[in-house]
Design a protein around this ligand. Structure first.
Ligand SMILES: [Zn+2]
Ligand SMILES: [Zn+2]
Length: 210
């Protein structure tokens, strides 16, 4: 998340914590009852973490969490165990990992996406192609705004041992012309939009210098 004045960055919970935006160091708050301190055994409040990175990556495939980033954290304070990890009171974000853009390519930046909450805009990880002419925030800039936290691409995105996906155009003979038409049309529309944008920018600039 980025604040309305673009001077601060933070994180938004994925489940119960959806209404909260928190910083790199944060204490869990319970939205159900102010009378106990998270994590209460009688409630499901508190920060949650997985012990295994693979479990976190698995969850990120769920459509609900598709645009999430992975946070590597240090948990502290009171905690309780649950099946896959811990539920705990206080966390410090050690690093942020960007996964894939919605198109499947590695995300390389953050752009506006989805509904924000009062005072905060929502950012989604995107690749350069899908960002197109939209303004983006670099991972480094986000890391500075959130309090000097390293932000990088998750290594699972370009794991050399994993199956390699290539653009369809590179496969050549295996692709029939009929299936190439919508793909090429989409590429042309994208280029056209970018060209229109550059054209109007050029016009503005030449107009100004006249
Ligand atoms: Zn609670
Ligand atoms: Zn993309």
């Amino acid at each position: 998340m980025i604040s309305a004045d673009a001077r601060r960055a933070g994180f938004n919970g994925v489940a119960l914590g959806r209404t909260q935006v928190y910083g790199a160091v944060a204490d869990a708050v319970c939205i159900q009852s102010p009378r106990h301190r998270p994590p209460s055994a009688w409630c499901d409040c508190g920060f949650y973490c997985f012990h295994s990175l693979d479990d976190a990556r698995d969850l990120a495939c769920d459509p609900q969490y598709q645009h999430c980033v992975l946070l590597e954290i240090a948990a502290s304070g009171r905690y309780v165990r649950y099946e896959l990890g811990l539920r705990y009171a206080r966390q410090t974000v050690r690093s942020v990992r960007l996964g894939r853009c919605g198109c499947g390519r590695a995300a390389t930046a953050l752009a506006d996406g989805g509904p924000g909450v009062v005072g905060w805009r929502r950012l989604h990880p995107v690749c350069g192609l899908c960002a197109g002419p939209r303004p983006v925030l670099t991972p480094e800039a986000f890391g500075v705004l959130v309090g000097q936290v390293p932000v990088r691409t998750d290594e699972a995105v370009d794991d050399p041992a994993a199956a390699v996906f290539s653009p369809l155009a590179g496969i050549g003979t295996d692709v029939d012309d009929a299936s190439l038409v919508p793909l090429l049309s989409a590429e042309v529309a994208l280029l056209q939009a970018r060209l229109d944008q550059l054209q109007s920018r050029l016009e503005q600039l030449t107009h100004r210098s006249e």
